[in-house]
Write a protein of this length. Structure first.
Length: 130
């Protein structure tokens, strides 16, 4: 059992069947953009834009609806890291370039994978979506 899974079980969170927990644990392969102890970024399998990667906390959090004060530093790290990775992945600099950072939450928010993630999308338009 990976440290991520131990953490999830310790928290009583059911992440056994979570796609992004499996990606975080390396059980399902992904094209990695960035990894550290608590975060993973990887290319979206079905990109909407020339640059389109996802960033996830390795620990299972279902969505933004579950975040609390204990997640402030984690979410802060994600938002500070995203611009750096966007440029590294080929987004052009602000203001001519830029990128879109999106987090879908719940059914009406368009969330399909229920493990918190941010989409980082950029590159020359037109895009397929977004
Ligand atoms: P959501 O709709 O939940 O905001 O976004 C889920 C995203 O995950 C989608 O953009 C989808 O293309 C991506 N995705 C779904 N399954 C996989 C997978 O197995 N690998 C990768 N890299 N991305 C995935
Ligand atoms: Zn998960």
């Amino acid at each position: 059992m990976s440290s991520v899974e131990k953490h999830n079980h310790a928290e009583g969170v059911s992440a056994d069947n979570c796609l992004f927990c499996k990606i975080a644990a390396g059980k399902i392969p992904s094209r990695k953009v960035y990894e550290d102890d608590e975060l993973l970024a990887f290319h979206d399998i079905n990109p909407w834009a020339p640059v389109h990667f996802l960033m996830i906390p390795k620990a299972h959090i279902a969505s933004m609806a579950q975040v609390g004060p204990e997640h402030e530093s984690l979410l802060g790290r994600m938002m500070v890291l995203a611009p750096r990775l966007a440029l590294e992945q080929g987004c052009r600099p602000y203001p001519e370039g830029g990128y879109r950072i999106v987090t879908n939450t719940g059914a009406e928010g368009g969330q399909e994978v229920h493990h918190l993630h941010i989409h980082v999308m950029g590159g020359p338009r037109p895009w397929l979506r977004g």
